[in-house]
Design a protein around this ligand. Structure first.
Ligand SMILES: Nc1nc2c(ncn2[C@@H]2O[C@H](COP(=O)(O)OP(=O)(O)OP(=O)(O)O)[C@@H](O)[C@H]2O)c(=O)[nH]1
Ligand SMILES: [Mg+2]
Length: 221
């Protein structure tokens, strides 16, 4: 009896996600759903990305957290429009929350929307928000076996960022084993190695984002 209920929830979510996608499409805004475990570096990546694009593209952010507006405050300090969503215990963002956030963002003045999902390697992968791309961060202290334990998020992702590579000398994280595990699940995924602390590897991330913004604008014209 529970299965049809779950289907209804997911199809309702998908319907709202489609409307979000249409809304973003109308304005030519590229939307990226950023997912990871708590503390893997989502906010750090967002802050680096805002900083890089400040004279190149207009970036806005949706921050998803169970509680607090700590991350939204950091984004706001960088001058980007931001909406904080508190899920009050919910372990992922849903499309209806994203729709409300879109109501509160200056869509006419945006090129890129970065959505920081709730820190969780499981549930966020199951809920479409209306994004164009899904990006997962996996930080090196979490271990290279995570694709085997939490496969769905890696299957769903367009890009996987291995973050905190500056810590590799102190860990037994095996980069090649991790890449093999991810590509075994998803042979189309792009894997980038970065440090949001030192900036190493971020140029490749910025280039990918820039290309995707360009593609979105082209489709919009
Ligand atoms: N050494 C190192 N630390 C990093 C790196 N990226 C982020 N951190 C640190 O990791 C901690 C967590 O980073 P956040 O960016 O807040 O992580 P998050 O994924 O947004 O965390 P939640 O929002 O709580 O899920 C902070 O202390 C960061 O300074 C990195 O590349 N290397
Ligand atoms: Mg954060």
């Amino acid at each position: 009896m529970k299965i049809p209920v779950l289907r209804n929830i997911l199809s309702a979510n998908d319907a709202i996600a489609r409307r979000n996608r249409e809304r973003l499409e109308e304005h030519g805004i590229l939307a990226i759903n950023i997912m990871s475990s708590p503390g893997a570096g989502k906010t750090s990546l967002i802050l680096q990305t805002i900083n890089h694009f400040k004279s190149k593209a207009r970036v806005a952010v949706i921050e998803g957290d169970v509680a607090s507006q700590i991350d939204a405050d950091k984004v706001s300090q960088q001058g980007a429009p931001v909406v904080q969503i508190n899920t009050d215990g919910g372990c992922h963002l849903e499309a209806n929350m994203t729709a409300s956030a879109l109501d509160n963002l200056p869509l006419e003045q945006m090129d890129l929307l970065l959505i920081e999902n709730v820190g969780n390697l499981i549930c966020p992968a199951g809920f479409a928000l209306g994004e164009d791309k899904k990006v997962t961060l996996l930080s090196t202290p979490e271990g290279d076996d995570k694709p085997y334990k939490y496969p769905t998020i890696f299957v769903e992702s367009d890009v996987v960022l291995v973050n905190k590579i500056d810590l590799l000398p102190y860990l037994d994280f095996n980069l090649e084993a991790f890449k093999k595990a991810v590509t075994g699940l998803n042979d189309k995924v792009k894997i980038l190695q970065v440090s949001c602390k030192t900036g190493e590897g971020l140029e490749a991330w910025f280039s990918w984002v820039e290309r995707e913004i360009g593609k979105k604008k082209k489709r919009h014209r």
